[in-house]
Design a protein around this ligand. Structure first.
Ligand SMILES: CC(C)(COP(=O)(O)OP(=O)(O)OC[C@H]1O[C@@H](n2cnc3c(N)ncnc32)[C@H](O)[C@@H]1OP(=O)(O)O)[C@@H](O)C(=O)NCCC(=O)NCCS
Length: 159
């Protein structure tokens, strides 16, 4: 599967909002993105303003995957990471993270640590974190973001 990896510009945001609003993408998150405190459109725009979005684009020009990188107080954080079901399992998610981390090293070189959160039981993320050199930092109950009984897990690695 041939895809290209880009850093999104403002002109890509509508397409990205469309991608994350597809039910099979939205509902793959726990909780779904559409059930979070901010709308998907606000999420896309606010993360674009605060940091950057990396996108995987397929041969037809469609978004195949995305993830955001946001500088926080002490570390940079990966957020809203997804690959469409029809593109999953071909290494696109791993390559997208590698691309994002390289870009992060250039833009945010004052930071030493990169983190990503997920939820307990997300095996694909567990595997990717292991492959890309992240280790588990902590797991905790997170009622605003997850349903009862599903813990948030946080992974970290050096940037
Ligand atoms: C996480 C996600 C982005 C990965 O995208 P992808 O393009 O399929 O990723 P890759 O093909 O690079 O790698 C996936 C790895 O996870 C493994 N994997 C996938 N599903 C798995 C499962 N249920 N159990 C164990 N491993 C699994 C694959 O085998 C592969 O590992 P391998 O290379 O050793 O075989 C994608 O699964 C996704 O969008 N999931 C839904 C949204 C989500 O969970 N986002 C993360 C929010 S924190």
């Amino acid at each position: 599967m041939k895809v290209t990896y880009i850093i999104a510009n403002e002109g890509d945001l509508e397409k990205l909002t469309g991608f994350l609003s597809r039910p099979e993408i939205d509902l793959a998150f726990i909780k779904p993105l559409s059930s979070r405190a901010i709308s998907i459109a606000e999420r896309v725009y606010s993360k674009y303003k605060a940091g950057l979005w990396a996108l995987a684009i397929d041969e037809g020009g469609n978004v195949a995957g995305c993830c955001a990188l946001i500088p926080r107080e002490k570390e940079v954080e990966i957020s809203t990471y997804a690959v469409s079901p029809e593109h999953q399992g071909h290494g696109i998610g791993s390559a997208l993270l590698d691309f994002l981390i390289l870009e992060g090293k250039e833009r945010y070189n004052q930071y030493k640590t990169i983190i990503m959160d997920s939820w307990e039981g997300n095996k694909a993320v567990e595997r990717i974190m292991q492959k890309t050199g992240f280790v588990l930092r902590e797991a905790y109950e997170d009622p605003d973001k997850r349903p009862p009984g599903v813990k948030t897990v946080v992974y970290e690695r050096g940037l």
